[in-house]
Design a protein around this ligand. Structure first.
Ligand code: ADP
Ligand code: ADP
Length: 225
């Protein structure tokens, strides 16, 4: 993973300020959970980091380089969404290999890399299935493999567990922590659940009304008088 620095990061939609000059340092290899009420700017922040949305002002510095104007595929970030967004007509392995195909990587190399990613999330035996033949938890793991195949320095997760049943949710938490340990990636995970934030995070970042209201280890953020 790499250090990620948000410098006076700002997003306006017309008159509305969705993100208002936030500054934050995400430590390389750490797991941060982003909490806050609906509409406070969490997803917009994530989309700007991933490059799906251009900041109105401020910058995003990854490993010392300003990546603010780099296209998503080149900046070293990957994003995983709540609904997984797998391609329904492609097999599991072709879903995972998709970004490599776009980059013109040769078929045998693609398959090999995609298999290695499926192994990482324990889904090799489902390589030739289609998404609608998988459970929610399995689709989730495929989506993780698809994000990880790009070798991201920063992995962005927008409420990745909210569609899962409670049992699977607990299991996926353990999987995410394992990936943090094994790959050393910097995680930024948006959630509505304090419980989830407590279980996963090295650091909790609380947003409210387009700004960061509080940030620190869970014990500091939750145990206040
Ligand atoms: P959160 O993820 O915390 O729920 P968002 O980042 O989605 O919040 O939204 C922050 C604010 O920006 C909200 O007021 C929302 O209505 C507004 N917003 C988000 N996306 C757009 C958009 N594409 N166009 C206009 N306003 C938007
Ligand atoms: P996991 O914990 O691996 O996500 P589940 O406990 O949800 O899986 O499901 C257990 C088994 O049932 C899996 O091996 C999966 O193949 C099968 N399964 C679950 N849902 C579906 C589905 N919608 N279609 C086909 N098979 C399914």
């Amino acid at each position: 993973g790499q250090d990620l620095e948000l410098v006076s990061l700002t997003k306006r939609y017309g008159e509305a300020l969705a993100v208002n000059r936030i500054d934050h340092h995400f430590r390389a290899g750490s797991y941060a959970c982003l909490l806050g009420p609906s509409g406070c700017g969490k997803s917009t922040t994530l989309r700007m980091i991933a490059g799906h949305e251009a900041p109105t002002d401020g910058s995003i510095v990854l490993g010392g380089s300003d990546v603010s104007w780099m296209p998503p595929a080149r900046r070293g970030t990957a994003m995983m969404f709540q609904n997984y967004a797998l391609f329904p007509h492609l097999t599991v392995i072709d879903n995972v290999a998709f970004s490599l195909k776009m980059k013109g990587v040769e078929a045998t190399v693609r398959r090999k890399k995609a298999s290695a990613m499926l192994d990482l999330v324990d889904m090799v035996r489902y390589a030739d299935r289609r998404p609608d033949q998988l459970s929610g938890g399995q689709q989730q793991r495929v989506a993780l493999a698809r994000a990880l195949i790009t070798n991201p320095q920063v992995l962005l997760l927008d409420e990745p567990l909210s569609a899962l049943d409670p049992f699977l949710r607990i299991r996926m938490r353990a999987e995410l922590k394992r990936l943090q340990r094994e790959l050393g990636i910097t995680f930024i995970h948006v959630t509505h659940s304090q419980d989830e934030a407590l279980a996963l995070s090295d650091e909790i970042v609380v947003m409210n009304n387009a700004v960061i209201e509080q940030a620190g280890p869970a014990r500091n953020v939750f145990n206040r008088p």
